[in-house]
Ligand binder design. Structure first.
Ligand code: G1P
Length: 230
C-alpha cells in the first residue's frame, strides 16, 4: 500500500511504514471479484484457475481459530490430517444444538485409527435443530482436492438462494472419500457480534503491548460503569 506507507513516513511513523511494507513483502495476494453475491460455493468456484489443479485450503475470514497453548495452529492440524488421508477434509467443532442452524453440519463414521477423524456420509447446510444429523459444525477451514470444482460447477442454488459449498461437498462425498477433523482448537465466529467482541477482548488481553492497560481499563469500567475510560 504505497499511499499508506508514504503517509506514515511523512507523519514521522517510519516504524509503522516498515510494518506495512513487511506484510507486502511476505505475502503475494491475488484476488478476484464475485460479480454477484451467489454465496461461498460460487466464490470458491472463481478461484479455479488460481488453484491450478492442486489441492488447496479455504480459510473463511469471519472465523478466528485459537488452538490451546502448545497445540499446532488450526490449519497445520488440518494439513497434517490431509497428508494422512489425501482426501478433501473440513474442520468441525461441537456446538450447542440450538446453534446448528447457523452452520453446515456433518454426519460420518469415525476412522478406526483416529476417533477425531470422521469419514463423511452427509453434510447439511444450516439445518433446523430437529433435522441436524449431529452437532458437529463446519468451522470455516477446509482443504480440498481440485475435484471440488467439478462439483461446484453443477451445484444448483441451495439454502438462501446461494451456491452452497456444503452441497458441493455432499456431491463430492458420494464420489470419493471426504473427511471431517474434530480438531483441538477453539473457534470465534466473528460474524456474530458478541463473539467478535469476546475475541477482540481476549486477544488484546493476551498481547504484551495491550494486555496490561486494557485489563486495568476493563476493571475500572466494571467496578464503575459511569467512569469514562479516557
Ligand atoms: C459458511 C458455510 C457453513 C459454515 C460456516 C462457518 O456459512 O456455508 O457451512 O459452517 O461458513 O463459519 P456462512 O458463515 O457464510 O453463513
Amino acid at each position: 500500500n504505497p499511499d499508506l506507507e508514504y503517509f506514515l513516513r511523512n507523519a514521522g511513523k517510519a516504524d509503522l511504514a516498515e510494518e506495512v511494507r513487511d506484510i507486502g513483502e511476505t505475502v503475494r495476494i491475488h484476488y478476484i471479484r464475485q460479480k454477484e453475491q451467489l454465496g461461498l460455493g460460487d466464490a470458491i468456484r472463481l478461484a479455479r484457475d488460481h488453484a491450478g489443479g492442486e489441492p488447496f485450503a479455504v480459510l473463511l475470514g469471519d472465523t478466528i481459530i485459537d488452538p490451546p497453548p502448545g497445540q499446532r495452529p488450526g490449519l497445520r492440524q488440518l494439513l497434517d490430517a490431509f497428508e494422512q488421508v489425501r482426501s478433501s477434509i473440513v474442520a468441525v467443532h461441537r456446538v450447542p444444538q440450538e446453534w446448528v442452524s447457523r452452520y453446515g453440519v456433518v454426519e460420518g463414521e469415525p476412522e478406526p485409527f483416529d476417533e477425531n477423524l470422521l469419514r463423511l456420509r452427509r453434510l447439511v447446510e444450516k439445518p433446523r435443530p430437529e433435522e441436524a444429523p449431529s452437532n458437529l459444525a463446519i468451522a470455516g477451514r477446509y482443504v480440498f482436492t481440485p475435484d471440488i470444482f467439478d462439483m461446484l460447477d453443477c451445484t444448483p442454488r441451495g439454502v438462501g438462494g446461494e451456491i452452497q459449498l456444503t452441497d458441493a461437498m455432499n456431491m463430492l462425498a458420494a464420489e470419493e472419500p471426504v473427511f471431517a477433523l474434530a480438531w483441538q482448537a477453539r473457534r470465534f465466529d466473528i460474524g456474530n457480534r458478541v463473539e467478535y467482541a469476546k475475541c477482540f477482548v481476549e486477544f488484546a488481553l493476551r498481547r504484551p503491548d495491550t494486555g496490561a492497560e486494557l485489563r486495568a481499563c476493563i476493571e475500572r469500567l466494571l467496578s464503575d460503569p459511569g467512569c469514562p475510560l479516557l
